[in-house]
Write a protein that binds this ligand. Structure first.
Ligand SMILES: Cc1cc2nc3c(=O)[nH]c(=O)nc-3n(C[C@H](O)[C@H](O)[C@H](O)COP(=O)(O)O)c2cc1C
Length: 364
C-alpha cells in the first residue's frame, strides 16, 4: 500500500492518498472576506491531490482569526467559492471546506469586536493583525444562551459550503481554536453544561458535529483534531481521556473522515488509531514539512488511510505526481506563506507540464 494507491470508502473515493492539508494563505479581500479571484486557479493547480482541504474559512465574522482570511457567509463569498469548486472539479479534483471559528485566537483589530471563547482566559503571546504583531486580548466568555447560535453558524456555513459546490466540510477542531478551546481545560473553565467535566467539555464540539451532520448529511462531514498540541497556548494534560471519549461519541457517526494532527509532544496517532474504525487522515506537525517517506510509513503502519501534506503543496502544486516520479521538490520561501501578495501563490509551476497524463496516480 503506498501513497499513490487509490482510496475508497463509502463516503469518499480518492485516486491517491496524498491530501492537501488546510492552509490559510491570507489572500482574500480583507474587508469582504471574498476569496481572491486567483484562488480558483490556485486550488485547480492542486487538483491532483487525492483530496484538497481548503484553507480555514470563517463561519461568522467573529470567528475570523487574521487578515485576508475568507468567509463562507455572504452571497458574494459563496459565489467566489463556487468558482473555486468548479475549477477544481473541472480538473478532476475533490475539495472540502475547512469551517473555522478562531475563538480567542483573534483580535478586535482583525474583526471589529472582542473575541469570544469558552472562558475569559487570555492566550499567552502575541497575534498578527493588519500588518503587525500585537498583544492578545482577554476574550469574552460566551454566555450559555449564545452557544446554540455559534453551533448554528457552523450548520449554516456547512449549508453554504454545499451550495458553493464543496464535496464536504472539515470542522476545524485543532490548533487551539474554538472547538479545541472547549475541549481543553486550561481554556474551558466553565461550570455549566459546557464545562467542568470531560463529558461537558465535549458537548460543544459534539453539538457542532450533530448540527452540521443534520444539515448536510454525515457523509459530507469531517473533523480535524490535534490532541495534546500546545499550539496557541493550549494545555491538554488529560488528552488521552478527552479524545478517547470524543472518539467513542463520534463512532455513532459515519463521518467522511477524522483528520488527526500528530505532534512530537503527544504522539496521539498511535494511541487513537485503534479507537477509530473509520477513515483516518493523518498529518504531522514538526519543524520540517511532512515528507513522502513519513507519509508512506504512516500508511504502511496502518496508522492512516490518507496523509495530508501542507507546506510541500505550496511550491509543488503537482505533489502526487512528483512523488510518483521521484521528482525533485521545489521550496517556497516562508515569506510567501501568508499575506496580501500575489507572488508565491499561483506562480509555482508543475514539474511535469503534462501532469494530467499521470491522472494523479501512479497506477495510470
Ligand atoms: C501557511 C500555513 C497555513 C496553515 N493554515 C491552516 C489552517 O487554515 N487550518 C489548519 O487546520 N491548519 C493550518 N495549517 C497547518 C497545516 O494544515 C499542517 O498541519 C502543518 O503545515 C503541518 O503539515 P506539513 O508538515 O505537511 O506542512 C497551516 C500551515 C501553514 C504552513
Amino acid at each position: 500500500m503506498t501513497l499513490l494507491e487509490p482510496f475508497h470508502s463509502t463516503a469518499i473515493q480518492l485516486p491517491n492518498r496524498v491530501a492537501m492539508a488546510p492552509m490559510t494563505r491570507g489572500r482574500a479581500d480583507d474587508k469582504t472576506g471574498v476569496p481572491h479571484p486567483l484562488t480558483a486557479e490556485y486550488y485547480a493547480q492542486r487538483a491532483c491531490a487525492g483530496l484538497i482541504v481548503s484553507e480555514g474559512v470563517w463561519v461568522t465574522q467573529t470567528g475570523k482569526s487574521g487578515p485576508g482570511i475568507p468567509g463562507l457567509v455572504t452571497e458574494q463569498q459563496v459565489a467566489a467559492w463556487r468558482a473555486v469548486t468548479e475549477a477544481v472539479h473541472e480538473k478532476g479534483g475533490r475539495i472540502f471546506a475547512q469551517l473555522w471559528h478562531a475563538g480567542r485566537v483573534s483580535h478586535p483589530d482583525v474583526m471589529g469586536r472582542t473575541p469570544v471563547a469558552p472562558s475569559a482566559v487570555r492566550q499567552a503571546g502575541r497575534i498578527f493583525v493588519a500588518d503587525s504583531w500585537v498583544d492578545t486580548v482577554e476574550p469574552r466568555e460566551l454566555r450559555e444562551d449564545e452557544i446554540g447560535g455559534v453551533v448554528q453558524d457552523f450548520a449554516t456555513a456547512a449549508r453554504r459550503a454545499v451550495e458553493a459546490g464543496f464535496d464536504g466540510v472539515e470542522l476545524h477542531g485543532a490548533n487551539g481554536y474554538l472547538l479545541q478551546e472547549f475541549l481543553a481545560d486550561n481554556t474551558n473553565r466553565r461550570q455549566d453544561r459546557y464545562g467542568g467535566s470531560v463529558a461537558a467539555r465535549l458537548r460543544f464540539p459534539l453539538e457542532v458535529v450533530e448540527a452540521v451532520a443534520a444539515q448536510i448529511g454525515v457523509a459530507k462531514v469531517a473533523l480535524r483534531i490535534s490532541p495534546g498540541n500546545p499550539e496557541n497556548d493550549i494545555v491538554e494534560d488529560d488528552w488521552k481521556e478527552v479524545y478517547s471519549r470524543l472518539l467513542a461519541e463520534l463512532r455513532r457517526y459515519e463521518l467522511a473522515y477524522l483528520h488527526v494532527i500528530d505532534t512530537p509532544e503527544a504522539e496521539a496517532l498511535a494511541y487513537l488509531r485503534p479507537l477509530w474504525p473509520g477513515v483516518l487522515i493523518a498529518n504531522l506537525r514538526s519543524e520540517e514539512p511532512t515528507s513522502q517517506r513519513e507519509g508512506e510509513s504512516l500508511i504502511e503502519a496502518g496508522l492512516a488511510d490518507v496523509v495530508a501534506f501542507g507546506r510541500l503543496f505550496i511550491a509543488n502544486p503537482d505533489l502526487p505526481v512528483r512523488f510518483a516520479l521521484g521528482a525533485p521538490l521545489a521550496q517556497a520561501d516562508h515569506d510567501v506563506y501568508y499575506g496580501a501578495r500575489l507572488d508565491g501563490y499561483t506562480d509555482f509551476p508543475a514539474f511535469e507540464p503534462d501532469s494530467a497524463k499521470f491522472a494523479c496516480s501512479a497506477r495510470s
